[in-house]
Design a protein around this ligand. Structure first.
Ligand code: HEC
Length: 197
């Protein structure tokens, strides 16, 4: 895989982990960037799918959490998947395919080691080597919106990716559906409902 392709895949996963990777991903021609900038200024919705950030998504219920690492240790992300009520009900009942109106949100943060918590843990459990980390700055948020008619060409799902409230470009959004195809037998959704502790 070329460096540029790697940058695009990482970008698609929402992982501008390092300035180096961001630079790689952002390293398109100036003309293209200007064009993208204009397109984005015109719309706060994702290209191709026309999805805006759903109101109130930050208060949706938890589906699961994930931990993503890579780029030789430079990338460390904590991830939460949340669902609106239609998505949560479908996960809980094991309903497939997901009903129209279901929305899944994927929130991605930079993982930060918590020195303050580690100090307390080291005192409480000497020698255990416990290390705690937390969600630092927000990297991006992604959505999958189910509308089986509108998004027929992409498995019934519309895709959207936002960084600092701004949608990613069209090239990024072209990568979404093809990469979700391996999860076809679960309606293109990778995440499974986490057990209740
Ligand atoms: C390189 C492959 C790949 C690309 C490209 C990709 N995804 Fe995903 N996506 C995954 C995988 C694997 C997961 C589950 C693992 C994780 O979340 O870390 C996932 C999880 C998700 C989830 C949580 C629901 C689920 O299926 O588990 C959403 C929402 C999502 N992606 C949206 C998007 C959007 C929007 C785009 C395009 C901007 C996109 N994805 C591009 C592979 C990809």
């Amino acid at each position: 895989m070329t460096l540029r392709a790697t940058g695009q895949v990482l970008g698609a996963l929402g992982v501008c982990a390092t300035i180096a990777i961001c630079t790689l991903y952002g390293g398109r021609s100036t003309a293209q960037s200007v064009k993208d900038g204009q397109a984005q200024a015109e719309s706060s919705a994702s290209p191709i799918y026309g999805i805006a950030i759903p109101a109130g998504y930050r208060d949706w219920r938890l589906i699961s959490v994930k931990h993503l690492t890579g780029a030789e240790g430079k990338l460390k992300q904590l991830r939460a998947q949340l669902g609106n009520h239609l998505a949560i009900e479908a996960f809980q009942a094991g309903t497939l395919p997901f009903p129209d109106g279901a929305i899944i949100a994927a929130l991605h943060w930079n993982e930060v080691s918590s020195d303050a918590d580690n100090k307390v843990l080291a005192e409480g459990f000497p020698g255990a080597g416990l290390e705690s980390s937390f969600a630092g700055f927000a990297v991006n948020v992604q959505f999958m919106v189910k509308d089986s008619r509108k998004y027929r060409a992409s498995g019934g799902w519309g895709f959207a990716d936002f960084t600092s409230g701004k949608p990613g470009n069209e090239a990024l959004h072209q990568t979404c559906f093809p990469c979700h195809e391996p999860a076809k037998d679960r309606d293109f959704v990778f995440t499974r409902y986490a057990p209740t502790p």
